[in-house]
Unconditional design. Structure first.
Length: 409
């Protein structure tokens, strides 16, 4: 058994299902012939199949890695494609799970498969993995199972996950660049102050002349860094640790931080657009699944990603439960632009809120894309100027005495 397990390989394949539709995926098997036979047993006729990796997996196991949100998004799309192509649910788990390169995903998918095979609904099976499948995900799957439209709901869920993950990626990209530059600038400045400036200081001590104020200031700063570098770096480290601990443990701190991020110059507008896009995309998906509005609003609040908007959405839910229209409750919150409110009002009048919210989500997702691109173009010259002032200022401060001596000579 162990000998056979060591010879398992990953095969990527393209095939036609029972309906003649094109499907693709990956599977693990000992040989190309066995992989082809296994696919045919599942009612899939492979047209192309190739070994993806020449490496062997000890014990037939892939490497264990952390399951990311992107892994869940890809899994959702694979499941949607399989089910829309007519592949039975349990066989879909087999095909996706056995071919996955992440052993953690394999374990999770096979665990879900075991739950479904034992007679549990898919939504209950997914709920056993709350870190990967939140309440929103499970509610949508449950709605799809109840209505008998699981294949189309999985497609909507896959689209939802792909869109929301793309938005998160854009926000992280926009925030990472300036933070990374500031960190590098601080490290370079610290190195100059601790190791380079003292060399100049020794040279200046032999001049016997008064030094420029700018040079004296830099030398004074250098002495502070040389004497208390451990306290400076330790304080920064403790500060960062305390920030993340407070964010993790204190709900009050998180709420204040969420409110502050919406007011930040440049970034506040970007985060607001991303939050509105997430709200519209989530509510649109819930509507398409047939979830009642009041029930949907509670789930949407949890997926908002910002306390200010989450609180407003819960308030909107209370107003709707007493008979208020969605567009009026949105207007009362003072958090949604007039265009969004008007589009929702039109959707309510026409009975097509889900499609109108999807258009709003598309618009604001594009706005986020454009804002990130514009932000990158704006930040590049600003960051170059910042680095020039900081590093250039230190260099100029050190060379000013030399220039003055040259003038005297």
């Amino acid at each position: 058994m162990a000998e056979t397990a060591k010879k398992l390989h990953i095969f990527a394949w393209e095939a036609l299902d029972k309906r003649g539709a094109k499907v693709k995926g990956e599977t693990r098997s000992a040989s190309l012939a066995l992989a082809r036979a296994e696919l045919r047993k599942q009612g899939i006729n492979p047209t192309k199949i190739r070994k993806k990796s020449q490496g062997l997996f000890g014990g037939g196991r892939a490497k264990k890695k952390k399951i990311t949100a992107n892994d869940v998004a890809v899994f959702s799309r694979q499941m949607a494609t399989m089910m829309q192509s007519g592949v039975p649910l349990v066989q879909s788990f087999d095909i996706i799970g056995k071919g996955h390169e992440n052993a953690s995903m394999q374990d999770m998918i096979m665990g879900i498969k075991a739950e479904v095979e034992s007679g549990n609904p898919l939504a209950e099976a997914l709920a056993k993995y709350p870190r990967q499948f939140d309440d929103l995900y499970c509610s949508l799957v449950n709605a799809g199972e109840q209505a008998g439209i699981l294949d189309s709901l999985l497609d909507k869920i896959a689209t939802y996950k792909e869109k929301t993950e793309a938005i998160k990626s854009k926000i992280k990209k926009a925030l990472f660049y300036p933070v990374a530059v500031i960190v590098v600038a601080f490290i370079v400045t610290a190195i100059l102050l601790i190791f380079v400036i003292p060399q100049f200081q020794e040279m200046f001590s032999s001049f016997g002349a008064n030094l420029p104020a700018m040079t004296l200031m830099v030398i004074g700063l250098s002495k502070i860094f040389q004497a208390y570098w451990w306290a400076i770096f330790g304080g920064i480290g403790i500060g960062i640790y305390a920030f993340f601990e407070a964010k993790h443990r204190s709900e009050s701190f998180r709420n204040k931080l969420d409110a502050l991020t919406l007011k930040l110059p440049i970034f506040g507008s970007l985060i607001t657009k991303a939050t509105i896009a997430r709200f519209a995309r989530t509510l649109s998906t819930m509507f398409a699944a047939g979830v009642p509005l009041v029930e949907a609003m509670g789930t949407v609040a949890g997926a908002a990603g910002n306390h200010v908007y989450a609180s407003a959405i819960l308030q909107m839910r209370d107003e709707i439960s007493t008979g208020s229209q969605l567009n009026l409750s949105m207007r009362n919150s003072n958090l949604f632009p007039n265009m969004v409110v008007q589009m929702v009002a039109i959707g309510e009048e026409a009975g097509s809120i889900d499609s109108m919210l999807a258009k709003v989500a598309d618009f604001y997702e594009q706005e986020v894309d454009d804002a990130v691109d514009g932000l990158s173009s704006l930040l590049e010259p600003l960051i170059m100027a910042f680095l020039g002032v900081v590093i250039g200022g230190l260099v100029i401060a050190m060379y000013l005495p030399i220039f003055k001596m040259g003038e005297v000579v």
